[in-house]
Design a protein around this ligand. Structure first.
Ligand SMILES: [Mn+2]
Length: 368
């Protein structure tokens, strides 16, 4: 049990996935504060990779160590946060810390989460921060305004501002509770959206070049992240995807990114159709509605050859869905005949087979 293990341990490390997003960072910091406040212990809070500028307001006042600095330490307890698979979501340093830890507890919400720890707390909800909120409620842990800010940020960012799949009544209730305990939703929303003038201009320039497939099913944008004069031009791919997906007939948004070594990553987001299977065919992967793959050919090949195939894939998914709905309808009819409650049956079916929560992290390739 989490509580017993925290009580037993003399040394504790809390680490989230590499290149942490708001959920990973918020959940790590909240867990750290709970361990300090409720157990009187000082855990090591660590991060691997880069903390994005717009999340730096979270880390004020609490020293996060780099995974690299602590990898030679063997901790009694490691709490791993928001990482579906240590082989994909941790870097070399994170994996060393995991291997050296005597007891590991993993807390995660991804549907493809691998139970690699000694104890795995995996719940298919909107954010790992939502799970931590539930754990704190069940144990009667005190929510300080600071903790409320961490957990609200985690839930807010992983739901894309309460709009992605999985934003449930429970998600909103958890977030509302955090506001009650002192989280400032206006400040957090503003900080999360904040960007530099140059990033803003880069975003807009990229968006102005949006292209479309012939059938308008796909809107795509291209850009290079190659270093020029030591600087890496920055754009917010999540924001760009969101904008493209506001177009009425567009079903999927595609980001084609050119990297330093001239290879490409192709990130795909959809309004609801499954695109992870398509990305898998090209050696990538991800969530049902947000996935990516690496490609060593040219941008033209992606635009002229792969996008039309993706378009066909989207059309096929439509047919499949229609058939599937018909089947469901028939099933419900039968249930009705047997005196079943149609609306209730639908809810049960929805809960029983939940798709992957959508990640709001920048659309990095899953396997390169
Ligand atoms: Mn998450």
């Amino acid at each position: 049990m989490l509580v017993d293990e925290i009580q037993k341990a003399n040394s504790i490390v809390v680490l989230g996935h590499k290149h942490p997003d708001g959920d990973a960072l918020g959940a790590v910091l909240a867990m750290g504060h709970f361990i300090r406040n409720e157990f009187g212990k000082t855990p090591v809070l660590a991060h691997e990779g880069v903390i994005p500028d717009n999340l730096r307001f979270l880390t004020n006042g609490w020293w996060l160590k780099k995974a690299e600095e602590i990898k030679s330490q063997a901790f009694d307890l490691m709490i791993l946060i928001d990482a579906a698979d240590i082989n994909k979501q941790l870097g070399d340093d994170g994996r060393v810390i995991f291997a050296n830890a005597r007891y590991k507890i993993k807390i995660d919400h991804h549907s493809d989460s691998v139970p690699q720890a000694d104890e795995n707390i995996i719940e298919y909800v909107a954010a790992t921060s939502e799970i931590i909120e539930k754990i704190s409620r069940e144990n009667g842990w005190r929510i300080t305004p600071q903790i409320a800010c961490y957990l609200y940020t985690g839930i807010y960012t992983d739901t894309g501002g309460f709009v992605h799949d999985y934003t449930t009544c429970a998600t909103m209730t958890a977030a509302a509770r955090m506001i009650e305990f002192g989280a400032d939703p206006t400040m957090i929303a503003r900080r999360i959206a904040e960007k530099t003038k140059q990033t803003f201009l880069n975003n807009v320039e990229t968006l102005a070049r949006t292209g479309f497939t012939e059938d308008d099913r796909i809107g795509y944008f291209t850009y290079s992240v190659k270093r020029t004069a030591g600087e890496r031009p920055h754009r917010e791919s999540s924001w760009l995807h969101q904008q493209v997906l506001t177009i009425k007939d567009v079903e999927a948004s595609v980001a084609i990114k050119e990297l330093d070594d001239n290879t490409l990553t192709v990130g795909v987001r959809s309004k609801g159709k499954t695109i992870s299977t398509f990305c898998k065919e090209y050696g990538g992967g991800g969530h049902l509605h947000a996935a990516a793959f690496a490609f060593s050919g040219s941008m033209d090949e992606v635009i002229c050859e792969i996008l039309p195939k993706l378009s066909e894939h989207l059309a096929r998914d439509e047919k499949y869905k229609k058939k599937d709905n018909k089947k469901k309808k028939n099933k419900n009819k039968n249930a009705d005949n047997g005196g079943g409650d149609n609306a209730k049956d639908n809810n049960v079916a929805d809960d029983g087979n939940r798709p992957a929560p959508r990640d709001t992290s920048p659309n990095e390739p899953i396997s390169v």
